[in-house]
Design a binder for this molecule. Structure first.
Ligand SMILES: [Zn+2]
Length: 163
């Protein structure tokens, strides 16, 4: 198997496409960067980050930019380790309960485009400890690879219609 991006030997699958370790890690980082940019964190001065993995990415992007990272107290936004599966679950609960779909813009779900499995692979590559959660969607994903991301895409479209 060859890496879809660089042609080197590939051993990792990301949403049904094969990549080498280096390209795989880069894609995950790029996705988180995109999320960070899209959520306006760049303009905020004080961020609340409690989770170690979130901190890893926030530091990677902002480094020594003068941003203040706090674990409690007042902050412009709260960064949380919410994954693709958590986001789908949350959406289903809101639909079932007929609740509004509007999101709190001060809560930044850093990993909502990344599944637990994908993050586990990334953490292995980067030498970070991470325990992936088993979710109700894993069975469907095993039978129909790409389902989780397809669901997330639909959710985003529905949300865009609502706001
Ligand atoms: Zn590659």
């Amino acid at each position: 198997m060859q890496c879809y991006k660089c042609g080197r030997g590939a051993g990792l699958i990301l949403t049904t496409i094969a990549y080498c370790g280096r390209c795989y890690a880069e894609i995950i980082e790029k996705r988180v960067r995109k999320k960070i940019r899209g959520s306006g964190l760049g303009k905020m001065k004080v961020l609340m980050v409690k989770d170690r993995l979130c901190r890893h990415f926030i530091d990677k992007v902002f480094g020594k930019s003068g941003k203040r990272i706090v674990a409690s107290g007042k902050a412009d936004a709260v960064v949380v380790p919410c994954f693709l599966e958590d986001e789908i679950d949350d959406f289903m609960i809101k639909i079932a309960g007929n609740m509004g779909l509007r999101e709190n813009r001060k809560i930044i779900k850093l990993f909502d485009t990344i599944s637990y499995y994908e993050m586990r692979q990334y953490c292995k590559l980067r030498g970070i400890k991470f325990k992936a959660k088993k979710t109700s969607l894993d069975g469907i994903e095993a039978r129909y690879p790409g389902t989780k991301h397809a669901m997330m895409k639909s959710i985003k479209e529905l949300r865009a219609c609502q706001s």
